[in-house]
Design a protein around this ligand. Structure first.
Ligand code: ZN
Ligand code: ZN
Length: 238
């Protein structure tokens, strides 16, 4: 689905993978679930591109619902996978998920998410055999030249990616606009966050940053400003 003329989202908003086009080349931000592989050529074609135009996959963090087809595109197409150095071991499956348990939930949204996971192969996501890493503040030499902003809390290596030329901030799970466990809509700390207070404190790193499109790992795009999203997250009760 189109977010802007140069950004498309793969999937229905439950767990998001985004395509960012720049001068005919594509950076993929997050790799959703394995089942998104089927939709990838269709979304690429909608922006006039093919798998051959994909230069890299950049991951906002190492959770399994963000690395879905990463190993497949790496192995089959030789596309390099990038992630912050503090989440590399998580993406490679060398350390357990740092999140402690499920947190609050409602049964209907949770069941819906589980069924979505079964349909999209998210219960058996392959780990990534090999990743390249980046650090906080880096500007990546990939299509769209995103700048990395480390936002630890959801996971230690959670990072936002600011594509200034696209007026877009990919926030991963530092902010969700849909909670898969409760069904709550609107900017909030995502479920499965390892350290909620660290996650809230990290949002201060985004002070003064503006982007017309705030694009979360779960839920719809937010277009009412980064500052307003952060204000709403801080006003939300756990
Ligand atoms: Zn996550
Ligand atoms: Zn997630």
């Amino acid at each position: 689905m189109e977010i802007t003329t140069r950004i498309r989202r793969v999937g229905d908003g439950t767990a998001n993978s985004y395509l960012v086009e720049s001068s005919g080349e594509v950076t993929i931000v997050d790799a959703g679930a394995p089942g998104h592989w089927r939709d990838l050529p269709i979304e690429l074609a909608a922006m006039g591109r093919t798998l051959a135009d994909v230069r890299t996959v950049v991951l906002t963090h190492g959770h399994s619902d963000h690395i879905g087809f990463a190993e497949r595109i790496r192995r089959e197409r030789g596309v390099p996978i990038r992630i912050h150095e503090l989440d590399a071991a998580l993406a490679r499956g060398e350390v357990p998920n740092p999140a402690k348990g499920l947190g609050p939930f409602r049964i209907v949204p949770l069941l819906r998410f589980l069924i979505w996971g079964v349909i999209h192969g998210a219960l058996r996501t392959p780990r990534i055999a090999e990743v390249s890493t980046f650090g906080d503040g880096a500007t990546l030499d990939v299509p769209g030249t995103p700048r990395v902003i480390l936002l630890p809390g959801h996971t230690p290596g959670s990072a936002a990616l600011h594509f200034a030329g696209h007026d877009a901030l990919f926030i991963g799970d530092a902010i969700a606009t849909y909670a898969v466990t409760t069904g709550a809509v609107g900017p909030q700390i995502a479920p499965f966050t390892a350290d909620r207070s660290a996650a809230l404190a990290s949002l201060g790193q985004l002070d003064g940053l503006e982007a017309g499109h705030l694009l979360p790992g779960h839920g719809q795009a937010w277009t009412a400003g980064v500052a307003e999203a952060i204000r709403r997250v801080r006003a939300t009760k756990p």
